[in-house]
Design a protein around this ligand. Structure first.
Ligand code: XBP
Ligand code: MG
Length: 256
């Protein structure tokens, strides 16, 4: 396949995991952070609203560190706690993923099946940790359908840094013009755009009020027969038919 073929339709879709493929933050990561705090005899508990604010900082270890900085803890102490608690949080969340406690977002399975059936190449660019990303993707979707899975282990400069998206493109052997990203957050959009990718944003409850200027399409869900997606921004006039589908992504590739 040549790079020029990207103009005929998307050759590759680079997908985010947290908040995009899976509803993992409120009832997944947040719960695991709180269990890890409890096990460490630390008094911190993150409620749903506070966690929404903390999500502004990507990466679980950095998120704990930023929270403790807000509480004016000294740098050395908070770095040690962040490292230790995050290591345990990762074990807890990995087990949650293995046990099937983390679910795909509605419509994601259908979209992936449609893309794979049409020969679209799929890759992952996430700020999450490799320890849980691989088992989670494998359990929910089958990891082998993703040609490249880039996690924090390979791209330690976290979103909004574009390194995860760039590495996913490098592994696919494609220029940015031949691929599109799907993200759920402002940080994810910035990362994808900085890597030169077109980007569709599918918001969730935590990200719906963020600024998505520059996004190529913004929807409130992936949509489906029983729950049509609402278009929040459609600068190219793609008019998705109540769901994010292959045809919409193909038309996006043509207008860019
Ligand atoms: C995801 C993150 C991650 C998760 C927690 O961002 O920032 O930190 O919240 O996972 P994105 P870890 O969806 O933009 O990739 O604890 O493994 O960091
Ligand atoms: Mg995300």
């Amino acid at each position: 396949m040549s790079a020029v073929a990207g103009r005929e339709g998307p050759l590759a879709i680079v997908l985010d995991v947290d908040g995009t493929l899976v509803d993992s933050e409120r009832d997944g990561h947040r719960v695991a952070f709180n269990r890890a705090f409890q096990e460490a005899d630390l008094p911190y508990r993150w409620d749903v609203e506070l966690y929404g604010e903390l999500l502004e900082v990507t990466g679980g270890e950095r998120r704990i560190d930023a929270y403790l900085r807000r509480r004016e803890m000294a740098a050395e102490e908070r770095a040690e706690i962040a490292r230790r608690v995050h290591a345990r949080k990762t074990e807890i969340f990995t087990e949650m993923a293995r046990q099937g406690e983390i679910q795909p977002r509605a419509g994601v399975g259908e979209l992936l099946d449609e893309l794979e059936g049409a020969g679209v190449r799929l890759a992952i660019a996430t700020t999450g940790g490799a320890a849980w990303v691989h088992p989670l993707l494998d359990r929910l979707f089958g990891a082998e359908r993703f040609e490249a899975i880039v996690t924090r282990a390979e791209a330690p400069e976290l979103k909004p840094d574009p390194s995860a998206h760039r590495l996913a493109l490098a592994r696919l052997g494609l220029p940015p013009s031949a691929a599109q990203a799907i993200e759920d957050s402002r940080n994810g959009l910035r990362a994808a755009k900085s890597a030169g990718l077109a980007c569709v944003v599918v918001v969730n409850d935590y990200t719906v009020d963020q600024d998505f200027a520059g996004a190529d399409l913004v929807l409130d869900g992936f949509g489906g027969p029983e729950d049509a997606a609402t278009v929040l921004s459609d600068p190219h006039g793609l008019e998705p038919p109540g769901r994010l589908d292959l045809d919409t992504l193909r038309r996006l590739a043509r207008v860019l």
